[in-house]
Ligand binder design. Structure first.
Ligand code: SF4
Length: 731
């Protein structure tokens, strides 16, 4: 493979125009890297760039190549996202590719129950034979797939197209259901399309930054660095039950009771209403439903908010006074503390309502902004062909189906007219014996799904489980009947879409080990084995698929038909959608949405959406007196640790064994001490964790990091009714 070497503007004028003189300090020239000291075998002979494959921040990494293969990396100093920074996961991106437990050959379970190596021919034949037999015997609902936000958009689109249009597998969803479904639903209902409105520069242009359920320092450390670059001396307000690393660094922390957030935001809106802090002109011109919302807020007086959130009246009034200053730019940012809730959609919309009523949308430093989790959750949301038809369309709309069929030159009859079942419904259908064959791609369901004991018993009911993954040792791969070895980040080509809608390029800089193949190639092989390969001849390479995706995006809110090709993405340092063919200005480097006040509903107006709060599905009682909170542990850990646990450097940055954070008052009452091994039980299971007394949790609450395999033994399977996202955060 011959890597491209990308020319950069010699005077860095692009960055200077965007970030001002500050950036000059960060812009390094190749000679500044000081690579001369490296031994010969590591001294690069070329350099290329690739967007990181862990989180949705979408940092660019500069890969140092020798004989065409990456031997090291440094953060890209020119990329407008990370400006020369990377978190520990990014720095260790190459190390995790070298793990000894990489899946290198297809494995098929034999009659004795053992997984044995087979050829790709035997593996793809087994896939097609077993799945076709199940489909023939049990009907079209008997197969499903679960995808991911971790593979490139081109592969996600091919997966969804081959599965649904080629193989007739009706039901598919992805692990994005576990992180972003709530934000997706909130955006669609409030804005008319799943469209996070912001650009990262808003972190630097804001006067008041309100972080809700977001431990940015840990979960999105480079975005925290962007806040630190803000020269406006911003107020940083953290709304979170825990005194997280971010709360400690904030100017204000409001430690509300877990899951009292809906009352909190309605109470705050009421305080703003009482202060007359409503941008009437904005509300009248650009929204619908404010009169009803204002009447609804009558039920949320200060006394109720104090009583239900546990916060003091002075704290609440203080925040309302802060937000009442109309001269300030206010931005609201939320992540999993909101999304992973049984009423997360309404909480997200309560945040959107605040931005709408105060006119804090569409201007620099403002917005109701959901921060995404996985590196390509945004690509998955637009093109995975699971619960949305390609390009954010609807399966149930005949015009949408006809348009997709025309663009892809497919018979319209191949496009189903019904929506897929969401993830939880797929698991229920396996449990009920309706789904008998399941294909899991690049996600670790047996570790990450809520109420793990139940999930594992459900997987055991499948007649055929296929797992396509980089590693053959994940908890899910261990349950598989067929393991398909996949290439990882750095071993294949494509694009990711980050949190701020920036499409960025990721590249092949290593050969996948053994017989592992890019998911793109695996999908083509499976399509051929199934007999539907002729439908996907035009999907001949990732870049050919990118050209199809451009066509699928044209005329949609996510239109990026103006992007010429991969080379254009590289030269422009990533491009945010929308970037339509005829209106895109190459000078316009920041694409913030809604600057004209027009939203994506047909009437162009955003909606105020609200609903009465509901009690938490599982409240503490005498038998189970603590509330369990879960979340990210450190910036060195990623989700189920299939990858991050493979790096010796990253492993040094977090405790090897699961630990539980408990308030010292509670540990004293329980007669326990730091370092004790304690049993933690919920109604669904138990685990043993090392006790870590800390005042970062409130009395009566305990915290477990999500990354350890044991954590989901305890979590409660409740779901937001609109987004079907699991409520991991509290039980
Ligand atoms: Fe950047 Fe996220 Fe990669 Fe860290 S994991 S380097 S923050 S993209």
């Amino acid at each position: 493979m011959k890597p491209a070497i990308i020319p950069r503007p010699a005077d860095n004028s692009l960055l200077r125009s965007r970030f001002g003189p500050l950036t000059r300090e960060l812009v390094l020239q190749p000679a500044d890297f000081g690579l001369g000291h490296l031994p010969d075998r590591l001294r690069p002979d070329a350099v290329t760039e690739s967007v990181c494959g862990f989180c949705s921040t979408g940092c660019s990494l500069r890969l140092h190549l020798r004989d065409g293969a990456a031997v090291g990396l440094t953060p890209d100093p020119l990329y407008p996202v990370n400006l020369g920074m990377a978190c520990p996961k990014g720095w260790e991106s190459l190390a995790v590719l070298d793990a000894p437990d990489r899946a290198t050959r297809p494995l098929l379970r034999d009659a004795s129950g053992r997984l044995r190596p087979v050829t790709w021919g035997a593996a793809t034949a087994a896939f097609a034979d077993r799945f076709r037999t199940i489909q023939r015997q049990h009907g079209p609902d008997s197969l499903a797939w679960l995808g991911t936000g971790q593979i490139v958009t081109e592969e996600l689109a091919l997966l969804g197209a081959v599965a649904k249009f080629g193989m007739g597998i009706r039901h598919g969803d992805g692990n994005t259901r576990q992180c972003m479904a709530t934000a997706v639903t909130a955006h669609k209902e409030s804005f008319g399309f799943d469209a996070p409105p912001y650009t990262y520069a808003d972190f630097e242009a804001s006067d008041i930054i309100v972080l809700v359920g977001s431990n940015l320092c840990i979960a999105h450390p480079i975005l925290w660095q962007r806040i630190l670059r803000n020269r406006r001396q911003p107020e940083i307000v953290v709304i979170d039950p825990r005194r997280t690393e971010t709360a400690m660094a904030a100017t204000r922390h409001l430690p509300l009771r877990p899951k009292s957030d809906l009352v909190f935001f309605y109470g705050l809106a009421r305080l703003l209403l009482d202060r007359g802090v409503v941008d009437r002109a904005y509300v009248e011109r650009h929204t619908r439903g404010f009169t009803e919302f204002a009447a609804f807020l009558a039920d949320f007086p200060l006394e109720r908010t104090v009583r239900e959130t546990g916060l003091g009246a002075a704290e609440l009034n203080g925040l309302a006074d802060l937000l009442a200053d109309r001269s300030k730019r206010v931005s609201f940012w939320w992540t999993m503390g909101v999304n992973q809730s049984y009423e997360g959609v309404r909480v997200a919309q309560a945040i959107i309502n605040l931005a709408l009523m105060t006119g804090n949308l569409g201007r620099p430093g403002t917005g109701a902004n959901s921060i995404t989790g996985q590196c390509n959750a945004m690509g998955s949301r637009l093109f995975s062909n699971t619960t949305n038809l390609l390009g954010g369309r609807e399966f149930t709309h005949p015009d949408d189906r006809a348009e997709v069929a025309r663009i892809l030159a497919l018979p319209e009859t191949l496009i189903p007219a019904d929506n897929s079942w969401p993830y939880d419904r797929i698991i229920e259908a396996v449990d009920a014996g309706i789904i008998k064959g399941l294909w899991i791609v690049a996600t670790n369901t047996a570790h990450s799904w809520i109420h793990q004991r139940h999930l594992r018993s459900v997987l055991g009911k499948l007649e055929f489980l296929v797992v396509q993954d980089m590693y053959h040792t994940t908890e899910t791969a261990a349950c598989a009947d067929l393991v398909l070895p996949a290439a990882g980040w750095g071993e294949k080509e494509g694009t990711f879409i980050n949190s701020e809608r920036r499409i960025g390029r990721t590249r092949k800089v290593r050969r996948a080990p053994g017989e592992a193949l890019a998911d793109f190639a695996i999908l083509h092989l499976l399509g051929e084995a199934w007999g539907c390969g002729e439908h996907f001849r035009r999907w001949s390479s990732p870049e050919a698929v990118f050209q199809l995706l451009k066509k699928l995006s044209a005329g949609r809110p996510c239109d990026f038909s103006g992007i010429r090709d991969y080379r254009h993405l590289e030269d422009a340092l990533g491009i945010q959608w929308p970037y339509p063919k005829f209106n895109a200005s190459s000078e316009e480097r920041e694409r913030r949405l809604f600057s004209d006040g027009r939203f994506f509903h047909q009437d162009g107006r955003a909606r105020f959406i609200f609903e009465l709060p509901r009690p938490a599905p599982e409240a503490p009682d005498r038998e189970y007196p603590f509330i369990l909170l879960t979340g990210r542990g450190t910036s060195a850990q990623w989700h189920t640790q299939s990858r991050t646990a493979k790096s010796a450097v990253l492993r040094k940055l977090y405790p090897e064994k699961i630990y539980i954070e408990v308030h010292p008052d509670d540990t004293r009452d329980l007669g326990m001490a730091a370092g004790d091994a304690v049993e933690v039980r919920s109604r669904r299971g138990a685990l043993v964790a090392t006790l870590h007394p800390t005042t970062t949790v409130q009395p009566g609450q305990v915290f477990l990091p999500m990354h350890y395999a044991e954590t989901n033994r305890l979590t409660h399977p409740s779901f937001d009714p609109y987004s079907r996202q699991p409520a991991y955060k509290s039980c």
